[in-house]
Structure formats: C-alpha cells, structure tokens
Design a protein around this ligand. Structure first.
Ligand code: NAP
Ligand code: GDD
Length: 338
C-alpha cells in the first residue's frame, strides 16, 4: 500500500499540483478544506472525479485555526507526511487583516506541529512547512540563501518567520522530522487572480479578446524570482524524502521586474503593455519588498532539484491559457440562444 499524505491548503494553487503529484506516486491523499457557502474545490475537482472510486483522495472539513479538530483529524488519518500549505497567502491583504493572517499563517502552523507531535508518539510523521522568500523582506544579502537573515516587511512575512522558527524548534526540541521549504514566488495557470502575474495574464488575454481596455497595477519596479508551481511541488516532495529534516531554498536564480513580466506577456499577444497599463496607488503596499533573488544550490546538491521552467516558458503557458479562457468568455457573451 502507498504512503498516506495530509495536505492543508489542498484547494490552493500548490495544494492542487501537489495532490496530483502524490496521487501519481500512489499516495493516499487527505486534504483539509474550509466550509464555504460556494464550493472552493475547483482546482481539484478533476482529480477527485478521476480517483474517487479508488478512494485515493479524501477531503475533510476543517480550519487551521481550529487546533482541536485538526489534531483529531491528524490522529485519525495517521499520515506519513503532512504538507502545511494552508495560509492567508496574500501579502497586500495581510495589512488589511493582520490578526487573521497571523492566526492562519503563524498559529495555524503551530497547530499542525502540535498535531504532528501527538501523532509522532505512536507513529513517525514528516512535516513540510510552506515557508516563504517574503521572510527575507528588505533583503540583507543578495542572492538570498538558507543562511540569509530574515527581515520581514509585512504581517504575512512576520507570520511566516514565526512558523519557520516553530518548525525548527519542534525539530530540535522533540526530535521530530520537520522541514521548511523557503520557496520563492511560483506561478501557474492556477495562480489566484489577484497575484500580480495572473492579474497580468488574465488582463492581457481579456484585452486581446476585446473584453477589457485597461490594467491597473501598483509598483512596476518590484523584482521577483518567479518559477513554475509544478516544479516547486516536486521540490516540496523531495524535501520530505531527504534522509534528514532540513531547510531548503527553492528558486530559479533569476530576477525580473513586474514591468518586465508585463512586457513579456503583452508582447506574446502582439500588444504593447504601455498602451494598457496604468498605475493605481491603491495597489501600493505600506512597505514593499523591492528585490528577491534566490540561490537554490543547496537543493540542487542535496535533493537534485532545479527549476526546469524559465520565465519565458512560464509567461507563455499562462498567457496562452488565459487568452483561451478570455476567448471562451467572449464567445459565451456573444452567444444568443435561438
Ligand atoms: P493559495 O493558492 O492562496 O492557497 C492557500 C490555501 O490555504 C487554500 O487552499 C486556502 O483555502 C487555504 N486556507 C486559507 N486559510 C485557511 C484556513 N484558515 N484554514 C485552512 N486552510 C486555509 O496559496 P499557494 O500559492 O498555493 O501557496 C501555498 C502555501 O505556500 C501558502 O502557505 C503560501 O503562503 C506559501 N508560499 C507560496 C508561494 C507562492 O509563490 N505561491 C511562495 C512561498 C510560500 P480556500 O481555497 O478555502 O481559500
Ligand atoms: N498583487 C499585486 N497586484 N501585486 C502587484 C500589483 C498588483 O496590482 N502591482 C504591482 N505589484 C507588485 C507587488 O507590490 C509585489 O512587489 C509584486 O508585484 C508581487 O506581488 P504578488 O504577486 O502579490 O506576490 P508577493 O511577492 O507579494 O507574494 C507572493 O510570493 C511570496 C513568496 O515570495 C505570495 O504568493 C506569497 O504567499 C509568497 O509567500
């Protein structure tokens, strides 16, 4: 029988790709989903219908902030591996909802570690914590690596630093297998539509299809190290297969600005971004992270992991996907039933 994994955040971008990967690897996958008045499982519905009969994917209602229910669930499922991907993951929103963000990102991670500690008394479990390059904030060294000091710039980043240290403390204090993946930005056609790359590819596709005329953005000069989410979930899995628990940076080693990404996407549709992009100060952040650039040489050496999709390819995948989507939208809009 395959291993059992428990994924928090399974309905998100990374959770959906990770569930696919683990199912391919014959895992039994359990996922935590939040109850909401409309379904939030769009990214995983296709997996569910494929493997439902084999019972390889099971979803459980819960919330990272409800530690008692989370512990009960973990003790019942008895996973071999836990991937804690759940979070209020939007940096800008974390300024509007700082306490809630800290409850999910910080206390939520602690709840997962506590549940794992209790399970660990009777069964060995490995925990992956979704740490973030945002922890480097106003960077103190470039490129950023595992030894670079953290200097967080947002409530979200402060929560991730807290969760990072708790993960290390549980590893040391309770001799648990608990690892941090410090992941730089990674995107995809499943990226939430308010993150900048997807906001750009969605808008460019809709502009090309005649559905939208402008794209309003904030700081175009911020630079990010952007990779493809599918490559990064492979890295998460490799982190938990390593013989000992440790912390790893996953990154491409290349940084580009938001402006560069706009240019790349609009050019693929034979458009000039300067004709469509306008600045709206509402999208500025109280404190900005100006530059992120990761050094993933430890992951390359110890895990054999590298990011295999470059920025041009990533932009192409996302732009094509979102142009197709916009064309379907335009078609539906113009469709007049007999
Ligand atoms: P995402 O698409 O925003 O997904 C977040 C997931 O967390 C969703 O499934 C969401 O559920 C769930 N969630 C939110 N609040 C929750 C709560 N209180 N209890 C339980 N689940 C909750 O994020 P992502 O891009 O896949 O990122 C995955 C993880 O990696 C996050 O922890 C993020 O902070 C971290 N990270 C991401 C990146 C990146 O570039 N993508 C880089 C570094 C680290 P709903 O569907 O119900 O909202
Ligand atoms: N979201 C957004 N919307 N960002 C904008 C916009 C806009 O209209 N205009 C400019 N930006 C800039 C932001 O100011 C930021 O500098 C950059 O684009 C990237 O913003 P996001 O795509 O929202 O991502 P992020 O870097 O803040 O955070 C993402 O990556 C982190 C890893 O470094 C998230 O996925 C986090 O969860 C993750 O930890």
């Amino acid at each position: 029988m395959g291993k059992t994994a428990f994924i928090t955040g399974i309905t998100g971008q990374d959770g959906s790709y990770l569930a696919e990967l683990l199912i391919e690897k014959q895992y039994n996958v359990h996922g935590l989903v939040r109850r909401s008045s409309t379904f939030s499982t769009e990214r995983i519905d296709h997996i569910y219908s494929d493997v439902h009969e084999r019972g390889q994917l099971r979803l459980h209602y819960g919330d990272l902030t409800d530690g008692q229910a989370l512990t009960n669930l973990v003790l019942e499922i008895e996973p071999d591996e836990i991937y804690n991907l759940g979070a209020q993951s939007h940096v800008r929103v974390s300024y509007d909802q700082p306490v809630y963000t800290l409850e999910t990102v910080g206390v939520g991670a602690l709840n997962v570690l506590e549940a794992a500690r209790l399970l660990n008394r009777r069964k060995h479990v490995r925990v992956y914590q979704a740490s973030s390059s945002e922890m480097f904030g106003e960077v103190l060294e470039t490129p950023q690596r595992e030894t670079t000091p953290f200097n967080p710039q947002s409530p979200y980043a402060c929560g991730k630093v807290y969760a990072f240290h708790q993960t290390v403390n549980y590893r040391r204090g309770y001799d648990m297998y608990a690892s941090n993946g410090i992941l730089f930005n990674h995107e995809s056609e499943r990226r939430g539509e308010t993150f900048v790359t997807r906001k750009i590819t969605r808008a460019a596709g809709r502009i090309k299809a005649g559905l939208q005329s402008k794209l309003y953005l904030g700081n175009l000069d911020a630079k990010r190290d952007w990779g493809y989410a599918k490559d990064y979930v492979e890295g998460m899995w490799r982190i938990l297969q390593h013989d000992e628990a440790d912390d790893f940076v996953l990154a491409t080693g290349r940084t580009e600005s938001v402006r560069d990404f706009c240019r790349l996407v609009f050019e693929q549709l034979d458009l000039n971004y300067e004709d469509y992009v306008e600045i709206d100060p509402r999208y500025f952040r109280p404190a900005e992270v100006d530059l992120l650039l990761g050094d993933a040489s430890k992951a390359k050496e110890k895990l054999g992991w590298t990011a295999s999709t470059d920025l041009e390819e990533l932009a192409q995948i996302m732009t094509q996907h979102d142009f197709d989507l916009a064309q379907r939208e335009a078609h539906a809009k113009n469709f007049v039933p007999n």
